[in-house]
Design a protein around this ligand. Structure first.
Ligand code: PBG
Length: 333
């Protein structure tokens, strides 16, 4: 006879034994409908540039982007998030190019919506691609990013994007009160259907490094940092406070960024507010996974899918990831 005290009374491995029972008890799933692809767009045509710190990701001109948009639709990825690479001469202290109706973003949005009306187009509302100093807002003589003056520009930028047909505007600047101001400006201009995805819990992260290379804001920013507006990685309660304010101000969706080091924030935001909660697997996270995969140290497919499923398990409804198309392919293969 078995000595019952010496044996497990409950064998958790029973359910793990066969594929059918593993599948039956599976709590979370990842599908291509959970993914959003961030893309870097260049002016001109027939252009593509590699991004050294993001192997496999390219800056593309609009004509090249059409293929990417087609891939999204074919693979069931619901939306693209556009990030412009602005030519240096167009950058200024006042970031006027940010609301130029003939600028790169509005032209790209209009062209994509005309060709692919069913593909969701998300635009970033922040001034860093457009400022000569690389900060997300206007600065004073001491270099401090001015809140209310910046909002006045952000509202014009958001209106310009919405006017071009953007489905979702995504303020990523972390100014106080910008969601309210953007909602008011959009409504006043009749853009009542334009959704707002608020980067509510955006941390002052070092994982954005490769992105700043990709959009060319790293050199402008130099030794500068974004500590006076992006959140301190040490804080969690503050993220809930930020999310609460953005929801009161009219956000339709909220975002946590970066992703993997901030899964606790994703979880508590989702549990607290029960609203559409997105997470951004940022450039540095992409670079880490890619570099390890390229060295043969990690299995890329398995690790990427595991990382994305982890976001779902933490409570995310959708994930912005540079792996969106790869993951969608792997999921449908
Ligand atoms: C800037 C912006 C950043 C990212 C998205 N929008 C960088 C920053 O705040 O400096 C980072 C995305 C990434 O790292 O993939 N408004």
């Amino acid at each position: 006879m078995f000595d019952l005290a010496r044996f497990p009374r409950k064998r958790m491995r029973r359910m793990r034994r066969d594929d059918f029972s593993r599948r039956l008890m599976r709590e979370h799933t990842l599908t291509s409908a959970d993914l959003i692809l961030p893309v870097f767009v260049l002016d001109g045509s027939n252009r593509e540039e590699d991004i050294v710190s993001m192997p496999g990701v390219k800056r593309l001109s609009l004509d090249r982007l059409y293929t990417v948009a087609e891939d999204c639709l074919r693979l069931g990825v619901p939306a693209l998030a556009l990030f412009p690479v602005i030519d240096a001469p167009l950058k200024s202290d006042g970031a006027e190019e940010a609301f130029n109706p003939d600028g790169l973003v509005p032209r790209t949005v209009a062209a994509l919506k005309a060709r692919f009306p069913e593909l969701g187009i998300i635009t970033d509302v922040a001034l860093d691609p457009y400022t000569s100093h690389g900060q997300d807002g206007l600065i004073d003589v001491s270099g401090y990013v001015l809140n209310d003056e910046t909002i006045a520009v952000l509202t014009r930028q958001a209106e310009c994007h919405a006017g071009a047909g953007a489905d979702i505007v995504a303020p990523s600047d972390m100014m106080d009160g910008r969601i309210h101001a953007v909602r008011e400006a959009l409504d006043a201009a009749g853009h009542i259907h334009t959704r707002i995805l608020a980067y509510s819990a955006k941390y002052a992260s070092s994982f954005y490094g490769p992105f700043r290379d990709a959009v060319g804001s790293a050199a402008n920013l130099g030794a500068g940092n974004k500590y006076t507006y992006q959140m301190d990685p040490a804080n969690a309660d503050e993220a809930l406070w930020e999310v609460g304010l953005d929801l009161q101000e009219g956000a339709d969706m909220v975002m946590v960024k970066p992703g993997m080091p901030y899964l606790d924030i994703v979880r508590s935001v989702k549990e607290t507010y029960k609203v559409p909660t997105f997470v951004y697997q940022v450039s540095g996270e992409y670079a880490m996974l890619k570099a390890a995969a390229q060295n043969g140290w990690l299995n890329e497919r398995a690790c990427v899918l595991e990382s994305l499923l982890g976001f779902k398990r933490a409570g995310a409804d959708a994930v912005l990831t540079y792996f969106a198309l790869d993951a969608a392919r792997w999921l449908t293969a």
